[in-house]
Design a protein around this ligand. Structure first.
Ligand code: PHE
Length: 448
């Protein structure tokens, strides 16, 4: 029943929770890496355009579905359906999103665990526990399982507490901490030798690369992953927004925060790489491209921090705490998708559902850990390259082709009575109907 459901208690609560979901390893790690490998500032420019012109409309589709349905993704889309086949289709799309969220969490938790272990390392070092600090950064099943378990425990702990006391309260604490830490780290890194070279690579676009197909596709994929689309997460967060709020504006604010934090992360990581190079760390691979992927965050950055002497311990600690916080505000949203589904569709008690689903996903993480070489990439690929784009596309199809246009207007008008005469209403319905599905289809075909 709608009245017994959770709801964000304030506008800020929603903004920080949704931005918390959106801002994660994808922004602080994925975006700078993609920027480095795709021509620096040219990628930044294309990303900004696509995030606002394509990801934002698709994000709005998911938020609107949730707020209209006041329920998990399956129930919400079934409320929009008139025929039996549409209800079945709603089930496939909604449940697909729930599964996708679970899959993402199963590998995301492992990487987040590594981030935590790299935060423990300088702390242990400072306390003189050399053997601990060596052990936590050495690849091994026990270490991987331990840190993934701690991370999953934190995620379960927050989600068990519900929307207001869990998601909202913790997002309000963690997001400002994240932004504060990020700013401090940027200010520190840009004072170091070599940082200006990094800033130049990041901010001076090579316009000739802007239309490269690979760059376009990577930027679009990055924008969709970053806004947590295609996972039922934004549908359920949308369902917790009060009918008094202006959805169009809230969605735009969250997109803006997500993009800004990705941009700021680039401002930290790219100069940090060049500072590391200045200190003798190798940042270019043999073929001349920038080192990317896990090798960079877990090799280049720690050696950069080491080169700073004693203060490096604090900077390294702060950086990996930052990564862990960003991951946590995303992982709670990934768990909320399946949990809200189990609670609303199968009448499970929230705390029980959270623990049960959390443990199942953790068991999947353990399986991945034992087969790390091939399963980590495989699961990530299935969920983010296939699952997310297909489901996000189908959500747009649902809104554009199946939902009644009048109902759509009535829903969006709540909290935004003037919307009918706005640019948004003139462009968005048409956009979600044609442009978004077509563009996402392009990404998908490319990933094949
Ligand atoms: N948007 C998150 C990030 O950038 C990842 C995420 C994907 C979160 C899907 C929730 C659902 O890291």
């Amino acid at each position: 029943m709608a009245s017994s459901r959770g709801e964000f208690s304030s506008r800020l609560g929603f903004i920080l929770a949704a931005a918390g979901s959106a801002v994660g390893l994808g922004n602080i790690w994925g975006f700078p890496t993609q920027t480095a490998t795709n021509g620096g500032a040219a990628f930044v420019l294309v990303y900004l355009i696509l995030a606002f012109c394509l990801a934002y409309p698709a994000f709005m589709a998911e938020l609107v579905i949730g707020r209209y349905g006041q329920a998990n993704a399956v129930t919400s889309m079934q409320k929009m359906s008139r025929h039996m086949w549409q209800k079945r289709f709603a089930f496939i799309v909604g449940f697909g999103g729930v599964i996708c969220a679970g899959l993402i969490l199963s590998f995301y938790g492992i990487i987040a665990g590594w981030m935590m272990s790299y935060a423990v390392e300088p702390a242990a070092n400072l306390l003189g526990m050399q053997s601990v600090s060596d052990w936590v950064i050495t690849q091994g099943h026990v270490r991987n399982i331990l840190f993934a378990a701690v991370f999953m425990f934190l995620t379960i702990f927050i989600i068990r507490k519900g929307v207001e006391q869990g998601i909202e309260k913790w997002s309000k604490r963690l997001m400002p901490a994240l932004i504060g830490l990020l700013i401090l780290l940027i200010l520190y890194v840009i004072t170091l030798d070599g940082a200006t070279d990094g800033l130049r690579a990041y901010l001076q676009p090579d316009m000739s690369r802007v239309f490269e197909p690979d760059l376009l596709i990577s930027a679009l994929g990055q924008a969709f992953f970053s806004l947590s689309l295609g996972t039922s997460v934004m549908v359920i967060y949308g369902s917790y927004i009060s009918k008094k709020e202006n959805l169009v504006k809230l969605g735009a604010q969250v997109t803006l925060i997500d993009v800004t934090i990705a941009f700021m992360a680039g401002l930290l990581i790219i100069p940090a790489m060049y500072v590391a190079q200045h200190q003798g760390v190798q940042i270019f691979a043999a073929d001349g491209s920038l080192i990317s992927g896990p090798s960079m965050v877990f090799a280049v950055l720690p050696s950069l921090f080491e080169g700073m002497g004693a203060i490096g311990l604090f900077v390294g600690f702060a950086f990996f705490v930052l990564m862990s916080i960003a991951a946590l505000t995303s992982s709670i949203s990934m768990l909320e998708g399946p949990v809200s589904y189990a609670v609303e569709r199968h009448n499970l008690e929230r705390k029980k559902a959270t623990t049960l689903i959390g443990l199942i996903i953790f068991a999947m993480s353990v399986v991945i850990i034992f087969n790390l070489d091939f399963m980590l990439d495989l699961v990530a690929m299935i969920a983010t390259e296939y699952g997310q784009p297909i489901i996000a596309m189908l959500c747009c199809v649902f809104v554009g082709w199946i939902w009644n246009r009048n109902d759509m207007l009535v829903e969006i008008k709540q909290g935004n009575p003037e919307v009918e005469s706005s640019l948004f209403w003139k462009v968005w319905p048409w956009y979600t109907k044609f442009v978004c599905p077509a563009a996402i289809l392009m990404v998908f075909i490319h990933s094949l």
